[in-house]
Ligand binder design. Structure first.
Ligand SMILES: [Fe+2]
Ligand SMILES: [Fe+2]
Length: 319
């Protein structure tokens, strides 16, 4: 028993607990409601740089993300009661609210993909097996770590998207552009909440790494496989045309190219999460966020303004 204290001290040195100073990050995070009224026939199935396979990745992501968001919502709700800090508690409520609206609006988008021959029902069935019988049954501490891992990946994509707006501007599909840009703005806006909650309640480094790798497998392998097979399930005959394979190279570059690809160029950011003293705000996106809030949400000129319904900021409760 006498050895417990020194061992704890050494462990704390190897795996330092990064407890955030919440006073520095008290910006309110509103829960915004949008109505895009997606119409199947208006959806551009080559939205991302007019590349079918790259767009298939994001269609698969849109379907699987809703299940990841359910996991985030359920886990955040479960742990919110254990948080004493009223500011972090309020921010968790914002996270839950934002993710609930993301999930709802992506589901509306996914429904509109069905008449375009997208295998939405099949992918929903597969995601339900993985989440309902697997990931959602994991112990809460691991789910908390997975939540932080999932939020890290969405924050990486959000930063990439805000730095590479051109991936959204090669199409006339304003609604799909609005959906992704709004989602990415909010993923960046709330990127530290799951991590801060994890650090306050656990801060166990090996468990954090485990959650990271599970999120990596789900988002990389799971969504990747969904994207890989999507064009073959959608229109098998299209995939025998030379133009499909010619375009496939462009899709690969857009996703995995080391110079500018979504994931290829973000490898440093992705694996920075494994740093012992990592914090999401080490990757400062405040200037980008200010820029995009103005561009998207300005009441007069914002590109999202035609779809905006209302917003609500949860109050800070001191008791
Ligand atoms: Fe989300
Ligand atoms: Fe999120």
């Amino acid at each position: 028993m006498l050895l417990v204290k020194p061992v704890k001290k050494v462990f704390a040195k190897i795996f330092p607990t990064v407890i955030p100073d919440l006073k520095d990050r008290m910006a309110d995070i509103p829960i915004r409601h949008f109505n895009f009224n997606f119409k199947s026939e208006e959806i551009d199935v080559k939205f991302f740089m007019q590349k079918e396979w790259a767009t298939a990745y994001f269609a698969a992501l849109s379907i699987f993300l809703t299940y990841g968001e359910e996991l985030v919502i359920e886990t955040a709700r479960h742990h919110r009661d254990q948080i004493k800090d009223p500011v972090l508690k309020q921010r968790l409520t914002s996270l839950i609210g934002q993710e609930a609206i993301h999930s709802k609006v992506h589901d509306e988008f996914n429904d509109a993909l069905i008449p375009r021959n997208m295998p939405v029902r099949l992918y929903r069935f597969l995601a339900e097996q993985v989440f309902n019988y697997g990931l959602l049954k994991f112990p809460q501490p691991l789910k908390l770590s997975m939540m932080a891992g999932i939020e890290h990946f969405t924050a990486v994509f959000a930063e990439y998207a805000m730095n590479n707006e051109e991936i959204f501007t090669n199409s006339l599909d304003d609604k799909q552009r609005g959906l992704w840009m709004w989602h990415m703005l909010e993923e960046s806006e709330h990127k530290d909440i799951a991590y801060d909650t994890y650090q306050v309640l656990s801060a166990n480094y090996p468990l954090r790494v485990a959650g990271f790798f599970i999120a990596l497998i789900v988002l990389g392998v799971g969504v990747g496989a969904g994207a890989l097979f999507l064009p073959f399930l959608r229109h098998p005959l299209n995939t025998v045309s030379p133009s499909f394979w010619k375009e496939a190279k462009g899709s690969w570059d857009l996703l995995f190219g080391l110079k500018n690809g979504v994931f290829g160029s973000s490898l440093g950011h992705i694996f920075d999460y494994l740093r012992l003293d990592f914090h999401p705000n080490d990757h400062d996106t405040t200037t980008l966020l200010e820029h995009y809030k103005k561009e998207l949400l300005d009441p007069e000129t914002g590109t999202l303004t035609p779809f905006f319904v209302k917003e609500f900021t949860p109050p800070i409760r001191l008791s």
